[in-house]
Design a binder for this molecule. Structure first.
Ligand SMILES: [Zn+2]
Length: 151
């Protein structure tokens, strides 16, 4: 037998794990643990762990099975809705970018004829107008996407 093992060690551990150690029913094991250094160490450590477990079980509030099932159903439903909305959200982003590009292209394409028709407008107004149109055409769909996704 190894000097670091005791044949009664499993009995001591089982008694502590089952809570029978605290009763007087295992007085024989307590007497043995008082005379055996290995079992005394085991009893000290295992009793501390068992006491901590008992204390933590008293403070734990376990939700009911119905509440747990209901939360799981909500999570499943929310995940399914997110999965369905993902392509729609992507389409909204693509549409927003497409609208922005179309507006900028429309302004750039027609600006020469507008400037030729009214020389007072000139080319100097093109850049601020293009920036304003691009900002509005990008910011509006982005704001709508943000508001709609926060539901
Ligand atoms: Zn022992």
């Amino acid at each position: 037998m190894n000097a670091h093992e005791c044949p009664r060690e499993p009995e001591v551990f089982d008694a502590i794990a089952s809570g029978a150690w605290l009763t007087d029913r295992h007085g024989v094991l307590r007497t043995h643990a008082a005379s055996c250094a290995i079992c005394a160490d085991l009893a000290t450590v295992a009793a501390t762990i068992a006491e901590a477990r008992t204390q933590s079980l008293g403070s734990v509030v376990v939700p009911s099975a119905a509440a747990t099932w209901w939360r799981a159903q909500l999570r499943i439903r929310r995940d399914a809705i997110d999965a369905v909305n993902a392509p729609i959200r992507m389409a909204q982003w693509v549409a927003a970018v497409g609208v922005a590009v179309a507006i900028v292209m429309l302004i750039l394409r027609n600006w020469a004829s507008v400037a030729a028709a009214d020389p007072a407008i000139g080319w100097g107004l093109l850049l601020p107008l293009a920036v304003a149109a691009a900002t509005i055409s990008i910011a509006t769909p982005l704001a709508l996407c943000f508001v709609m996704s926060s539901d």
